[in-house]
Ligand binder design. Structure first.
Ligand code: FEO
Length: 169
């Protein structure tokens, strides 16, 4: 059975993942409003992945005979700014999530909970990808600055992102 300390941080992590989904959905709505449908697609796909991240944690707690405790999800701040500014916020948010995942890993080590430690490795690898994905788009947006034609091309590229359900096992 999972110990209470680890159970609490995993439950808190579920909340962070669902908050991430809300944040990306708010961004997606904003991009829809300003006609950047590729950016909207990219952030909407990301929101779905965040729900997967939350559900994988949910299932793991159950699998360890623990108790899932859902808590209130904060409303994301109003999304404003250029695509570059928004993607810089995404990058900062993902670095925050990485820090949170790292704390779960450290606590699992401290508590000698090797099942949780092994489980959280999937998230550690996933966060490398999450940060890189955001950073990659930041690089492109910085490279082309205010060039509207380039922004249009990037938007077209981001429209191609497809959702593939994330599974732990
Ligand atoms: Fe589930 Fe983007 O971290």
């Amino acid at each position: 059975m999972i110990n209470e300390k680890i159970q609490n941080v995993l439950n808190a992590q579920i909340n962070k993942e669902f908050y991430s989904a809300y944040l990306y959905l708010a961004m997606s709505a904003h991009f829809d409003e300003i006609g950047l449908y590729g950016f909207s697609n990219w952030t909407k796909v990301q929101a779905k992945e965040e729900v997967d991240h939350g559900m994988i944690l949910f299932d793991f707690i159950i699998e360890r005979n623990g108790k899932v405790e859902l808590s209130q999800i904060d409303v994301p701040e109003t999304i404003l700014g250029s695509p570059l500014e928004i993607f810089e916020k995404i990058y900062e948010h993902e670095k925050y999530v990485t820090g949170s995942i790292n704390c779960v890993a450290s606590m699992s080590d401290e508590e000698c909970d090797l099942a949780s430690r092994n489980f959280i490795d999937w998230y550690i690898a996933e966060q490398v990808e999450e940060e890189r994905n955001a950073y990659d788009i930041i690089l492109k947006l910085k490279m082309f600055g205010d060039d509207k034609a380039a922004l249009y091309q990037i938007d077209k590229e981001l429209k191609k992102r497809e959702y593939n359900q994330h599974n732990y096992k």
